[in-house]
Write a protein that binds this ligand. Structure first.
Ligand code: B16
Ligand code: MG
Length: 217
């Protein structure tokens, strides 16, 4: 397979916002008298805001109005934390990888389920390195549906089969495969083992190495 575009997930791949999502959901859970642990938070990785709330509520029934208010409240707490982010919050190896891809003249896009993706990119000061940003504001079904990745391929003008997805979530790897794309998974095999190639993180890995691996597939 010839890679012509890298489609990067944001949270958990280029920066670790999952801790900030956790703190914000936990604050909401405490206010609502719901137990919410770090372990519970793992299931929320890569999942949409609405689906995250459903998981947090653990079957507790709320009206549409209450659900909306809770999501707004949690997002307020989350945005407060994101505003404190700086370029130092890029994960090790992330800047090197995206600069290398840019240098190689390949396309790259951000594909995130988050409605806050632009704010995070601004804080990290990397927005200008990407050819497209497809985020949770796109009118599309979220991961594990393939929609966001298909939109990104169209935005960068690269056929689906020439796009490589970089993901830290099982739902994201599933979405990549559903789009007919291959994936580089970051993190433990229990989570991203379905990806064709798995690294613990981007640290000490190069884009050239990734291109060489996928060329043989
Ligand atoms: P928001 P990704 C995802 O981003 C996060 O991993 C997930 O935990 C979060 O619930 C989702 O975005 C929605 O985020 O509430 O900011 O719209 O991993 O797809 O970059
Ligand atoms: Mg992610």
């Amino acid at each position: 397979m010839i890679i012509k575009a890298f489609l990067f997930d944001l949270d958990g791949v280029l920066t670790d916002t999952s801790e900030l999502h956790f703190l914000a959901w936990k604050r909401l859970a405490e206010e609502e008298g719901i137990l919410f642990t770090r372990e519970d938070n793992e299931a929320l990785r890569g999942v949409s805001r609405r689906e995250s709330l459903n998981l947090l509520l653990k079957g507790r029934q709320v009206s549409e109005e209450q659900a909306y208010e809770m999501m707004e409240r949690k997002n307020g707490y989350y945005v407060e934390l994101v505003r404190q982010m700086t370029p130092a919050n890029l994960l090790p190896g992330a800047r090197e990888m995206i600069e290398e891809i840019r240098h190689l003249g390949l396309k790259q896009a951000i594909v995130s389920s988050s409605k806050n993706a632009w704010l995070v990119l601004e804080r990290l000061q990397i927005g200008e390195l990407f050819d497209a940003v497809i985020d949770g504001n796109a009118r599309a079904r979220s991961k594990p549906h393939p929609d966001l990745f298909i939109l990104a391929a169209q935005a960068v003008g690269v056929p689906l089969q020439n796009c490589l997805v970089v993901e830290d979530a099982q739902a994201g790897v599933e979405a990549a495969h559903a789009a007919g794309m291959k994936a580089l998974g970051l993190g433990p095999r229990e989570r991203v083992g379905a990806a064709e190639l798995v690294f613990p993180s981007l640290e000490s890995h190069t884009a050239r190495e990734v291109l060489a691996f996928f060329e043989k597939l």
